[in-house]
Design a protein around this ligand. Structure first.
Ligand code: DGP
Length: 122
C-alpha cells in the first residue's frame, strides 16, 4: 500500500518545534508528550520522529532501530507515569474507520482511572 505523508500535520509541526508540547520522554527516534485534550488523568501520545502515517505504515517502512526505539519509549512512559501496576490502555487510531484525526502515527497511553469497556457497540 502507498502512503502519503502530510508534512503540515500538527505532530509534524510539534516535531519541528513550531508548536510547544509537554514532553514526557524524547529519544533519537521517538517523542512522548501529553495529549492536549486528556481523556484520563494520564494521557500521553507516543510518536516516531519519522514520517509515518499510521501503525501499519511504520511497521512496513521503519528501520529496526526506529521500531525498537518506539516500543522501548512506550515502555518507558508506562514506567514514568507509574501505570504498570494498576494498568493502562494503548490505542492507535488509523484512517477513516479508526477515526484518526492527526495523520502521523501516534499511540495513546491512557491511565490513572478505570477506563471502562474497550468500545461501545454500534
Ligand atoms: P487521534 O484522534 O487518534 O488522531 O488523536 C489525536 C490526538 O491528538 C487527540 O487526542 C488530541 C491530540 N492533539 C491534537 N492536537 C494537539 C496538539 O497540538 N498538542 C497535543 N499535545 N495534542 C494534540
Amino acid at each position: 500500500m502507498a502512503y502519503t505523508y502530510d508534512e503540515n500535520n500538527i505532530f509534524a509541526k510539534i516535531l519541528r518545534g513550531e508548536i510547544p508540547n509537554s514532553t514526557v520522554v524524547e529519544t533519537d527516534h521517538s517523542l512522548a508528550f501529553r495529549d492536549i485534550n486528556p481523556l484520563a488523568p494520564d494521557h500521553v501520545l507516543v510518536i516516531p520522529k519519522g514520517p509515518y502515517v499510521n501503525y501499519a505504515h511504520f511497521a512496513e517502512a521503519a528501520s529496526d532501530a526506529e521500531i525498537v526505539d518506539f516500543n522501548r519509549t512506550l515502555g518507558k512512559v508506562v514506567a514514568l507515569i507509574g501505570a504498570g501496576d494498576a494498568g493502562y490502555r494503548l490505542i492507535s487510531n488509523a484512517g477513516r474507520n479508526g477515526v484518526q484525526d492527526v495523520p502521523h502515527l501516534h499511540v495513546h497511553i491512557l491511565a490513572g482511572r478505570p477506563l471502562g469497556p474497550m468500545l461501545f457497540s454500534g
